[in-house]
Design a binder for this molecule. Structure first.
Ligand code: ADP
Length: 270
């Protein structure tokens, strides 16, 4: 989603900060809900990431902290963020953000750095039900980060490389540690990287599709969170759930956007 310099006369401004396990996201909105800033810092809870995201977002919008009428924090680290006017769960914020961007969304698949969630929505981003995997790195961004590291590749390069696969490898271990050994053996035995990557994408997709099937899949299906940028994973989940998935380049910031929408509501409701 494109951002723009804060135009005069659209105060009050509000902010949503999503402090995740892996990244910190900050979105600033003006009074009409226009996105003035959208910043992602690739370190999360317990680091300088949240403060840096806030500072960079203010700078990019040409605003100061005093210009922000309401700040809502969400994500794993929301309760320790100083100066927030309120906190909301990331489930509510992803539902809110996805529902605003895609009013027909009824299922949201959110894959972040350390968990995967499947949300069922009603109209207007109302959260009806959810299922979450936060006990195991399999089926999360962490699994992909570990594999990218073994393959000596950037996380953003997995999808284009995996798209070259002609015979996806089978990764049989769901455990990240065993799957890492399996990938190393595949590399040692000469399996093309593209086929290994396609197998890694299928492994993540199988975990998440299983979660989605348990929750219930109602169209329109939308994917949020950082892993939504990996179209190899997205395509693989689509095949398994037999439904098209809608994504946006803004996917990683949807939680922060939802938090900012809650902040706007809070200001508008006095
Ligand atoms: P959290 O909110 O838990 O911090 P995010 O929703 O920010 O997590 O997602 C982080 C994950 O997104 C990373 O672990 C990584 O696997 C994935 N990711 C981040 N950037 C990209 C990218 N450009 N392409 C593909 N995957 C990405």
């Amino acid at each position: 989603m494109s951002t723009q310099q804060a135009p005069a006369g659209t105060a009050p401004y509000v902010m949503g900060v999503d402090i995740g396990s892996t990244t910190s996201k900050c979105v600033i909105l003006d009074s009409t809900g226009n996105i003035l800033a959208d910043v992602i810092i690739t370190v999360g809870t317990g680091t300088s990431g949240p403060e840096r995201a806030l500072t960079e977002a203010l700078d990019s919008a040409g605003l100061t902290r005093e210009d922000i009428s309401c700040l809502i924090a969400t994500g794993y680290g929301r309760n320790t963020f100083p100066g927030a006017d309120g906190q909301k769960s990331e489930l509510s914020c992803h539902a809110k953000g996805a529902g605003k961007l895609f009013p027909e969304a009824r299922t949201v698949i959110d894959i972040g750095g350390q968990d995967a969630k499947v949300l069922q929505l009603g109209p207007n981003g109302t959260l009806l039900n959810f299922t979450m995997n936060d006990k195991c790195a399999a089926g999360t961004g962490r699994f992909l980060d570990v594999m990218a590291n073994v393959l000596e590749m950037g996380i953003q390069d997995l999808a284009p490389e995996g798209a070259k696969s002609t015979h996806p490898a089978h990764i049989s271990s769901t455990c990240t540690v065993f799957a890492e050994s399996e990938v190393i053996s595949q590399l040692a035995s000469g399996t093309p990287k593209a086929d290994i990557i396609a197998g890694i994408h299928d492994s993540v997709a199988q975990r998440v599709a299983g979660l989605a099937k348990r929750t219930g899949i109602t169209p329109q299906v939308v994917m949020t969170g950082g892993v939504a940028q990996n179209y190899g994973v997205v395509r693989s989940i689509e095949k398994l759930i037999e439904q098209p998935i809608t994504t946006t380049p803004f996917a990683q910031s949807v939680g922060a956007y939802g938090a900012a929408l809650y902040a706007l509501e809070q200001v508008q409701n006095g």
